[in-house]
Ligand binder design. Structure first.
Ligand code: NAD
Ligand code: MG
Length: 388
């Protein structure tokens, strides 16, 4: 039996992972499940899967979790330390599906134990890519990408020489505001930003898709995970989300990965890698799809894409600053304290402030320096809003 843990089990990716586990229940022993405020769901899944431990990120939720797990034999725990302890428990495969940079520390711990890390938490690669990749190498283990575009690129590279790759194209649905003018974007509401045209995801990544911050994070994720230079990575807007990514080779060939927009494909690929197994995803009927549309991205209306290039150029702690400023700006947009376009404006201000005040690019990358930069960037983002 394979021992598995799911970090962020109550979220969109976590639930899709659990769906796949249920379909082949006897093959897995569930070690740890972790969640946040949704205690009912966390306890329900932990009982049903017979997990050894269930962890809520919030300490004040521990009494409720203990109550919900009474008599089940599942150990209840809470807080950041408990998340680390859960990552330290021996497992063969861990799904990293916490949202935000909170997913970094548990992922790093899991790698130290040689556990295979299925990585949905793109923020870890953006904030501390070199740290994560070197940790995996040092402990002889693997990070398997779960973001759909990165899983697609990963699959496109099977059996290929990296040195023969000329470019990588990741697609973007364009989100709900693909056709909106700058003026319209300025007035975009929270409810409008939460409606994704093709993917069903958690609230934060859904809004990041509308602002294209999600794609900005994914450009950096591609750079950090595969090691391709920034100028080899392109973004193509593709409404419909059938083509997830394309790999271009030096003979001009483009290999595309197509599939229905269902994250269980990328999750299942990482779960069964290096094998392919039957997955419960819809088969694409291309005759019915009819036409595949592509258009170039617009970096004026969606400045996050331009900022991602700056981040790769600066390097070092710039990714941690970019991601944390974005997370803080997103919090403020969700709280309806700032407008839609203010998110990119604030992130740019913080990135500029911190790259001129400190030597972001040359800073040593450790968990401590990353967490420090993360904290400062969040504080600066809030201060930037308070000033305006
Ligand atoms: P979600 O909001 O649905 O779920 C997030 C999970 O993280 C929940 O279990 C929540 O309880 C937990 N969590 C939130 N804050 C936490 C904290 N501070 N500490 C510990 N746990 C915390 O998010 P999601 O859509 O499932 O996305 C999860 C990750 O996967 C993100 O990094 C996202 O970018 C990435 N991803 C998601 C999709 C998708 O289709 N949903 C696709 C590609 C990548
Ligand atoms: Mg993606």
């Amino acid at each position: 039996m394979r021992r598995i843990s799911i970090f962020g089990s109550t979220g969109s990716i976590g639930q899709s992972t659990i769906d796949l586990i249920h379909r082949d229940r006897e093959a897995y022993e569930v070690v740890a499940l972790t969640g946040g405020a949704n205690i009912e769901l966390l306890a329900h899944d932990a009982r049903q899967l017979g997990a050894k431990v269930a962890v809520t990120a919030y300490e004040d939720k521990l009494p409720a979790l203990k109550d919900a797990l009474a008599g089940s034999g599942v150990h209840a725990a809470a807080g950041e330390h408990a998340l680390i302890e859960a990552a330290d428990r021996p497992a063969d495969w861990i799904m990293s599906a916490i949202v935000g940079s909170a997913g970094l520390a548990p992922g790093l711990h899991a790698l130290k134990h040689g556990t295979t890390l299925a990585l949905a938490n793109k923020e870890s690669l953006v904030t501390a890519g070199p740290l994560l990749m070197s940790e995996a190498q040092a402990h002889g283990t693997r990070i398997l990408p779960v973001d759909s575009e990165h899983s697609a690129v990963f699959q496109g590279l099977v059996g290929e020489e990296r040195s023969e790759v000329e470019r990588v194209i990741i697609t973007a649905s364009g989100g709900p505001f693909r056709d909106w003018s700058l003026e319209q974007l300025a007035g975009a509401t929270l409810a409008q930003a939460c409606k994704h045209p093709s993917w069903d995801m958690g609230q934060r990544i859904t809004i990041d898709s509308a602002s294209m911050f999600n794609k900005a994070l994914e450009i950096i994720e591609t750079h950090e995970y595969f090691g391709f230079a920034g100028d080899m990575i392109e973004v193509l807007v593709h409404p419909g989300s059938y083509v997830h990514a394309l790999v271009g080779f030096k003979d001009g060939a483009l290999m595309a990965h197509l599939g229905a927009p269902d994250m269980r494909h990328a999750i299942g690929y990482a779960l069964h890698w290096p094998e392919r197994r039957n997955l419960p995803v819809a088969r694409l009927d291309l005759a019915q799809v009819g036409t595949l549309r592509f258009e170039p991205p617009d970096e004026v209306r969606f400045p996050a894409l331009r900022l991602a290039r700056d981040v790769m150029e600066i390097g070092g702690l710039a990714g941690a600053v970019f991601n944390a400023a974005k997370e803080a700006a997103l919090d403020m947009f969700i709280a309806q304290e700032i407008g839609f376009l203010d998110m990119a404006r604030i992130v740019e201000v913080v990135l500029n402030e911190m790259s001129s005040a400190t030597s972001l690019g040359n800073a040593a990358l450790t968990l401590d320096t990353v967490l420090e930069a993360d904290k400062e960037a969040r504080a600066r983002a809030r201060a930037c809003h308070a000033r305006s």
